[in-house]
Design a protein around this ligand. Structure first.
Ligand SMILES: Nc1nc2c(ncn2[C@@H]2O[C@H](COP(=O)(O)OP(=O)(O)OP(=O)(O)O)[C@@H](O)[C@H]2O)c(=O)[nH]1
Length: 295
């Protein structure tokens, strides 16, 4: 291994919905983290790995900050963000083009002053007036000592090569940690839960109850067939029928959609069984959260 190879950890932070998951997916070219129009779908730290000729980027996707719900779940989420930030080599702070508000400003004190923070201005494809970008960059540059400011579009891919070239320079010299074809260090069990969670978010839309979770109770594999048994956990009896829907239609649709995505991702047949369980108050109970895999 040449001694000018760089390897390092990068955290992707930013308000919910700014495009963190889309960016990580775009960078590592595979679906390891789930995107959805609904805010707050990423509650787990997800590691994606990208290896180029001279760099290995190990991405840590962190949950968005959320100040409005003050329960155990959010305390744990915020704790895991701060812990992540001191462990990484580079912080990628994602914002939306043209948008710098209280949400962004409030995040600044959480940024580690001893690490380079690259400000990524995402969604530039949405800017109707491209000349607005320069004054916006000047404005945000005055907010914090960002190591770099890079406009890009996670969706169209514009600015992504530049981002990799620039971010690579901030990674320490070192041998790769993961082999070239590692996509994620998360298990299929975890990915199955994420896919099902994403379908719940999409299908329930605005009705989505706060504190819904997925627990994979059994995951078996026999040749190409995976048998997955998943419980959808809600914290109130009333949410149960909301998830199941009239004559079970909604849960059936959610399961079918999730099963199809799992088959694509795992490259084999999937038998998926889902049901809804009520665990009242679980979102306020740190023990229950840990048992569901929240760190
Ligand atoms: N137009 C446009 N839309 C984008 C771009 N990047 C992301 N989006 C959209 O923005 C929405 C949110 O993207 P996500 O990647 O889920 O955002 P996130 O920051 O990971 O969200 P949380 O998981 O809630 O923290 C999705 O509908 C994406 O399709 C972009 O470059 N341009």
């Amino acid at each position: 291994m040449s001694n000018d190879f760089h390897t390092g950890y990068l955290a992707v932070v930013g308000r919910p919905n700014v495009g963190k998951s889309t960016l990580v997916n775009r960078l590592i070219g595979a679906r390891v983290s789930i995107t959805s129009r609904k805010a707050q779908t990423t509650r787990h730290r997800i590691h994606g790995v990208l290896t180029t000729d001279d760099c290995q980027f190990i991405f840590v996707d962190t949950p968005g900050f959320q100040a409005s719900h003050k329960n155990a779940l959010n305390r744990l989420m915020n704790r895991s963000v701060s812990q992540t930030l001191v462990d990484v080599d580079v912080v990628l702070f994602v914002i939306e083009a043209g948008r710098w508000g209280k949400g962004e400003h409030d995040l600044l004190p959480q940024l580690p002053s001893e690490r380079p923070v690259l400000l990524l201005i995402n969604k530039i494809d949405r800017l109707a007036d491209k000349t607005a970008l320069l004054p916006f960059i000047q404005k945000v540059a005055a907010e914090y000592a960002f190591a770099e400011i890079l406009p890009l579009s996670a969706e169209s891919g514009s600015g992504i090569d530049e981002l990799l070239k620039t971010a690579g320079k901030y990674l320490p010299v070192g041998e790769p940690v993961f082999s070239a074809d590692d996509i994620t260090d998360r298990s299929e069990r975890f990915l199955a839960a994420e896919l099902l969670r994403e379908k719940l978010f999409r299908n329930l839309g605005e009705e989505l109850p706060y504190g819904i979770a997925v627990e994979i109770e059994k995951f078996e594999q026999e040749n190409d067939l995976r048998r997955i048994f998943a419980a959808v956990i809600v914290d109130k009896e009333a949410y149960k029928s909301m998830v199941i829907g009239k004559d079970g239609e909604r849960l059936k649709r959610i399961s079918t959609d999730a099963r199809r995505d799992m088959e694509k991702l795992f490259g084999g047949k999937v038998w998926l069984e889902t049901w809804v369980k009520v665990k009242s108050g679980w979102a306020d109970d740190e023990g229950a959260l840990k048992s569901l895999g929240y760190e």
